[in-house]
Structures are given as C-alpha cells and as structure tokens.
Design a protein around this ligand. Sequence first.
Ligand code: NAP
Length: 230
Amino acid sequence: MRYAVLGTGIVGQTVATKLVSLGHEVVIGTRDPEATLARTEPNGHGAPPFAQWQADNTQVRLATFADAAAFGEIVVNATAGAVSLQALQAAGTENLNGKVLVDISNPLDFSQGMPPSLNPVNTDSLGEQLQRAFPEIRIVKALNTMNCQIMVEPSRVAGEHDVFISGDDTDAKKAVTELLVSFGWPGTNVIDLGDITTARGTEMLLPIWLRLWGALGHFDFNFHIQGARA
Ligand code: NAP
C-alpha cells in the first residue's frame, strides 16, 4: 500500500518507519523539503533533525505536503494540531478527497506555556474541525492518546490496553482498524467510539495524559477500559 505521512516530527518519523518495516511505500510530507533537510537541531518536541532520521530511512521519500498526499492511498496526519488545517490545505483537496486519513493530531495550544491547553475543546474537536473543512476526506481519529512509540509497538506496555477510533465513515474505520492490527494492536483492543464528534473525548484525554507523564516520569503507559468487552 502507498502511504502519505504528513508531518516530519517524531510521530511522522515513527509511523513512517513502522509502515516501511511492514512493506509499505511511504512518502513523508513537509512544507519545504529543502528547508527540512537543512535543519541540524532537534525540534522542540525532541525529534532528531530530519536529515539524520532520513539517513537511516532511505526508503522514505521526503516531498511537499501536496506531493506526499498525491502519492498516498492512505494519508496520516502527524502535524502539529494548531496548524493541521493549514497543512491539509497545503496538501490540497484534489490530493486528499475520497481518501482515508488517520488523524493523530491533538489540538494542543502552547501559547500560554506549559502545560498546553486544548483549542478547540468541550463542544468541538480538531477532528471535527478537519472533517468540516474537508468533508470529502474520510477522517478517522486514532492513536492520539498515547506516545508514538506505543502507537507502533503496543507490546511496550504490558497487559491489555486500548486504542480509540472516531469517524463518520464505517469503511474508513475498518481500514484503520486493519492498519492498527498490523501495528500489533489486538482487534479487541480497538474501541470504536462512534462518529467524529467522539474525538472530543479522546482529545480531552490529553490533559490527564500529560499529567500522568509528569507523575510517572516516563511515557510507556496507556489507557485501558476495564469492562469494555463485557
Ligand atoms: P509536531 O512538532 O507537533 O509537528 C510537526 C509538523 O508540523 C511538521 O511536519 C511541520 O512541518 C508541521 N508544521 C509546523 N508548522 C506548520 C505550519 N505553519 N503549517 C503547516 N505545517 C506546519 O510533531 P510531533 O511531535 O511529531 O506531533 C505530531 C502530532 O501528533 C501533533 O498534533 C501531536 O499533538 C500529536 N501526537 C503526538 C504524540 C507524541 O508521541 N509526540 C502522541 C500523540 C499525538 P515541517 O515538516 O514543514 O516542519
């Protein structure tokens, strides 16, 4: 399968590496490939400079958001939540419409410092904002409630734990569930919350996730809903 991963940060890098290891073709999208390759410092969220990661992952091609989106049969949104709308606009509806898009982004607002707040929140979500702005894209919110290492290697956390999906398109959620199973998630641990409005719930898990990270001092943990399969 051909994948577009929009986002060159730690999430985009981690998901792209996993997809390649599963035999997929991957193009990773960025605003300006030359500028991204020229960076020499880790980004603000700890991702190694892209060129360093690219040297170890030569099968992945770096391209503009638009060229990556045109390549992918399935698209992954791993851009900063505050700019995901702009990133999808740059990717272009002509390259995205009709495709399944796995939305990993969170609407974290760092403008008031740490910890970040959420924007939007309560009566709206980033998943919904993206779906409203791009009604022809088959958006499935998934994987946004855990660290990226766990997204692609759930066995890092012992015992049962869960991944949530939200979206309006049943077939798109089926396709994303198959992808999650290929990442190592037991199908029984994929919890379909319902339509895209349910992304409010998973995005609003971020404040407690961030506090758990602070309290535990590591990010090898995840949520488990006891009784979900009763
Ligand atoms: P990030 O630093 O949040 O975002 C990096 C991406 O955002 C880059 O591709 C960058 O483009 C793009 N970007 C920045 N400003 C932009 C603008 N003005 N217009 C368009 N694109 C812009 O990356 P991350 O830490 O890998 O996180 C990605 C997403 O996953 C976030 O929404 C985050 O909340 C969510 N998430 C992260 C984790 C985790 O483990 N870190 C877990 C769950 C969910 P360039 O490539 O051009 O620089």
